[in-house]
Design a protein around this ligand. Structure first.
Ligand code: SER
Length: 309
């Protein structure tokens, strides 16, 4: 049975990932890592072990790995794209210096490491439609720069030291459990919250702007399946394109309106979010993930919308 540490267990993906991992591997085998000020509460705190796991403190990570005999680390510590632009030094410190600390602990203690990359690892010079697995990655956001570095550093530790690093490039992740914060794709979550509350939605992203999105259960399945995949089949490691949904604001609006005919939306475009969105793919090609570890999403826009509402 795996012994897992989830770093960032109280975040948008971390909280639901910890739940799925506890259901899969047993509550006692999954440690919920947190930072001061973001302690686990409720079910997360009560269902299994938890420990302060600050990625900027390598000794703290090493102590948890030793104490709980951890063999797999899910490292979800990061600032999202919009907030990182106002705190670039902190984004780097958490995303890259923190990753370095984790990879060193993993090398010494033989842990596998999952550190997600993102659609943000691509830039304006990347082919936008059916973005290939191996292509140009020259992002201009600090989020993107740190995600490309994450991919390279993770591959470096695999090739040089044999550390079992694997990752996916997450699309915008949509969920009704824990809201995201500070991302460019957050609008696709906010629009559902507004629809459920019965409020008009003010959309910060321009009509016609396509971005890759994914419903949380599919995102979690990708993270778990990839870490369970047969390593002999993996030609890539850091990080796999995974595609699921690709839509523009007017499309998700129409999908919601089908169930909530009174729902209204207006545009008030945020220049920073819009410029980031325009630098990201319209739709990724995920054929390598499908071939190498049988990736296949379950939700489409309509089934996700029914579930979200
Ligand atoms: N959801 C992220 C963001 O918008 C992208 O991976 O920053």
């Amino acid at each position: 049975m795996k012994k897992i540490l989830v770093i960032g267990s109280t975040g948008q993906i971390g909280s639901e990932l910890t739940k799925v991992l506890r259901e899969t591997y047993g509550n006692e085998n999954v440690v919920a890592g947190y930072i001061k000020g973001a302690e686990p509460k409720g079910w997360l705190a009560e269902s299994g072990p938890m420990a302060e796991a600050d990625v900027t403190n390598p000794q703290m990570i090493a102590d948890i790995v030793k104490q709980y005999q951890i063999d797999t680390i899910y490292n979800l510590a990061a600032l999202l794209s919009v907030v990182a632009e106002s705190k670039p030094r902190l984004a780097w410190k958490i995303g890259i210096d923190g990753l370095w600390n984790i990879l060193e602990v993993a090398r010494e203690h033989g842990c596998a490491v999952f550190t997600p990359s993102s659609i943000g690892s691509f830039g304006l010079s990347t082919p936008k439609m059916m973005t290939p697995q191996d292509t140009i990655q020259r992002p201009r956001t600090i989020y993107g720069v740190s995600k490309v570095t994450t991919e390279l550093l993770s591959d470096y530790y695999f090739n040089k030291y044999g550390v079992d690093t694997r990752a996916v490039r997450f699309p915008g992740v949509i969920s009704y459990v824990t809201p995201p914060g500070g991302g460019t794709t957050d609008y696709a979550v906010d629009i559902y919250y507004n629809a459920v509350r019965g409020d008009k939605f003010i959309c910060p992203i321009k009509e016609g702007t396509l971005m890759d999105m994914i419903y949380m259960p599919d995102a979690l399945k990708a993270a778990v399946d990839l870490m369970e995949a047969d390593p002999a089949r993996l030609k890539h490691r850091n990080a796999f394109n995974i595609a699921s949904l690709s839509f523009a604001p007017e499309t998700v609006f129409a999908a919601i309106k089908k169930y909530k005919p009174e729902f209204e939306m207006e545009y008030d475009v945020d220049p920073l979010k819009q410029s980031i969105a325009e630098s990201w793919p319209d739709r990724m090609d995920d054929s390598c993930a499908r071939e190498e570890w049988d990736w296949c999403p379950r939700y489409d826009l309509d089934s996700m919308t029914k579930d979200m509402l």
